[in-house]
Design a protein around this ligand. Structure first.
Ligand code: HEC
Length: 105
């Protein structure tokens, strides 16, 4: 019954991966992201993500697509400039915390 055990293993892995998507963030972490956001992202995405005009409305960014967020912010996307040269990975993680948990939806 090797194949059966493999199948069970896969299901368990998937279950724990999606549970990991429910991240919790400390208030300090969110505040770090909010500060970077207001200085660098607000001009296009709006103050407190509230008035994005032509840019992406970050309040609607899917919370289960963290790798997409990290990639788009690091490398840029179309008319959005890349931020990988200005922010380190820790800063970008803090921006993620702010986008996911910083403003009440
Ligand atoms: C110069 C204006 C500008 C600035 C500054 C800017 N963005 Fe953007 N951003 C855009 C535009 C325009 C898009 C839409 C890109 C597209 O999908 O064509 C976008 C899209 C995004 C997306 C969605 C990407 C996706 O995968 O669909 C994220 C996330 C994002 N921005 C985060 C940020 C963060 C975080 C900052 C600050 C570090 C920032 N942006 C600063 C213009 C900007």
């Amino acid at each position: 019954m090797v194949s059966h055990n493999l199948l069970v293993g896969c299901v368990l892995t998937l279950a724990s991966a999606s549970a990991g998507a429910q991240e919790t963030f400390t208030p300090e972490r969110i505040k770090q992201g909010a500060t970077n956001y207001s200085q660098n992202c607000a001009p296009c995405h709006g103050p407190r993500m509230s008035d994005p005009q032509g840019a992406f409305d970050l309040r609607t960014f899917p919370p289960d697509q963290k790798s997409r967020f990290l990639n788009s912010v690091t490398n840029g996307k179309n008319s959005m400039p890349p931020w990988g040269g200005l922010f380190n990975a820790d800063d970008i993680e803090a921006l993620w915390a702010y986008v996911v948990a910083g403003e009440k939806k």
